[in-house]
Design a protein around this ligand. Sequence first.
Ligand code: 5GP
Ligand code: ZN
Length: 120
Amino acid sequence: MSEDCIFCKIVRGEIPARKVFENDEMLAFHDIHPLRPVHLLLIPKKHIASLAGVGPEDAPLLGNMMAAANRLAVEAGSPEGFRLIVNVGSIGGQEVPHLHFHIVGGPEMVGPMLRRAENS
Ligand code: 5GP
Ligand code: ZN
């Protein structure tokens, strides 16, 4: 647990979130600023700053999170597929320093994974 971490505060119930699933090791809730009709965040309850901070001991937890993602997407209304996004560090555009999987989908296709930069 990290005292000031916003997602740890959601885990502890100190700030509200629209939770959709929780067990002893993970929690899923709606992103506060959804980019698509389905936009969930799936986080480990234990504070891990990013994917850059995981070790071999976290492999079972990460596997369980991956295994939960499809069921959560289907239940949230994205039965035909979804995109799983993990932003890592400043280059990856990570804003909240607590590991999270974005589960993004909905009735329409999400679109290309990346857009080619204009001048590259
Ligand atoms: P990142 O850019 O770190 O990968 O994504 C962080 C995500 O967390 C953003 O999509 C943002 O909308 C979401 N977020 C930030 N603060 C909160 C919050 O207090 N509650 C919820 N539900 N989502 C949040
Ligand atoms: Zn945290």
